[in-house]
Design a binder for this molecule. Structure first.
Ligand SMILES: Nc1ncnc2c1ncn2[C@@H]1O[C@H](COP(=O)(O)OP(=O)(O)OP(=O)(O)O)[C@@H](O)[C@H]1O
Ligand SMILES: [Mg+2]
Length: 281
């Protein structure tokens, strides 16, 4: 469904590559998270999957990128937009600024695709409901909190029913409850086989709980790739991508002799409960 083969990319003004020799395949329906330190290349990878690299950012791309059956360097952005949805890191970059209501904003992409009116209205209503912003339908998209705007940006992309959904830190402006809702909505879509998800995210507790697979980027290269339990206990921390609070607590406990050294570190709350279970402080 999604594959990169020896992809290296350098921005026109970049002094060195932002992505280095990436080779990976993501099967249809997988929920894959991308983590890494600031500047590791996460947003650049998101742009590359959506075709903004190289179509919009230009620069030099070598290797090949195939997404939803399209070679992104050969396909036009117009073709790519129909199949790949990108939710930008900042929702302010996503809102059109030309619509009076949230409902119109979410319908905007569908108008451009020529979706019939009835179908459009139904899709928009269902998407607003899914993302938890039905109550904001008649509000101005410009007069919302950061978190509300982030949900509008997500809804606008979901309404297009892309085969591949690329999200760049879609919960950065949301409170913990809002972040969890976005993760579960996206997980449900992936689990229903409706979309393949690549989500850049700093909130490792949610990544650990929801993603099937985690890619760790370091300095533009793939530093680790595997299930959250494998990757988030050690490899992510080693390259400055952090650890979950559960791993952190367990690591501290282990250093003080409170957990056996050979026991794998937990990455989720249930794993932490199991790791500490039966022990007395
Ligand atoms: N438009 C651009 N032109 C030139 N260099 C860029 C551009 N955007 C990003 N870079 C550089 O490319 C590298 C990767 O940046 P990128 O934004 O992909 O990192 P990131 O992992 O998303 O970081 P963050 O966690 O801060 O969002 C960095 O060295 C950055 O300075
Ligand atoms: Mg980024």
């Amino acid at each position: 469904m999604l594959s990169l083969d020896q992809v290296t990319y350098q921005y026109p003004t970049g002094e060195r590559p932002a992505l280095r020799d990436l080779t990976l395949t993501i099967p249809a329906g997988q929920f894959c998270a991308v983590v890494g330190a600031n500047g590791a290349g996460k947003s650049t990878l998101a742009y590359t999957l959506a075709g903004f690299v190289p179509h919009f950012y230009r620069g030099t791309l070598t290797g090949s990128v195939s997404v939803a059956g399209l070679d992104t360097t050969k396909a036009t952005l117009a073709d790519l937009v129909r199949r790949v949805g990108l939710v930008f890191q900042s929702p302010y970059n996503q809102i059109s600024g030309s619509k009076f209501t949230v409902r119109e904003e979410v319908a905007f992409g569908l108008e451009n695709l020529g979706v019939p009116r009835d179908e459009m209205a139904a899709r928009v209503a269902a998407t607003l409901e899914l993302v938890g912003i039905a109550a904001l339908a008649e509000r101005s998209p410009l007069n919302l909190s950061g978190g509300q705007m982030q949900r509008v940006a997500l809804a606008a992309v979901l309404a297009m029913q892309p085969q591949v959904l690329v999200l760049d830190e879609p919960t950065s402006q949301l409170d913990p409850v809002g972040a969890k809702e976005v993760f579960s909505a996206v997980q449900a879509l992936a689990a229903a086989g409706r979309v393949t998800v690549v989500m850049v995210e700093h909130k490792l507790e949610w990544v650990a709980a929801f993603a099937e697979r985690v890619l760790v980027l370091a300095d533009g290269a793939l530093a680790a790739d595997g299930p959250p339990t494998e990757v988030l206990a050690e490899a992510a921390l080693a390259v400055g991508a952090g650890q979950t609070r559960y791993t952190q607590a367990a690591r501290l406990a282990r250093a003080r002799g409170g957990l056996p050294a050979e026991q794998p570190l937990p990455v989720t709350l249930p794993q932490a409960v199991a790791a500490f279970g039966g022990r007395r402080a």
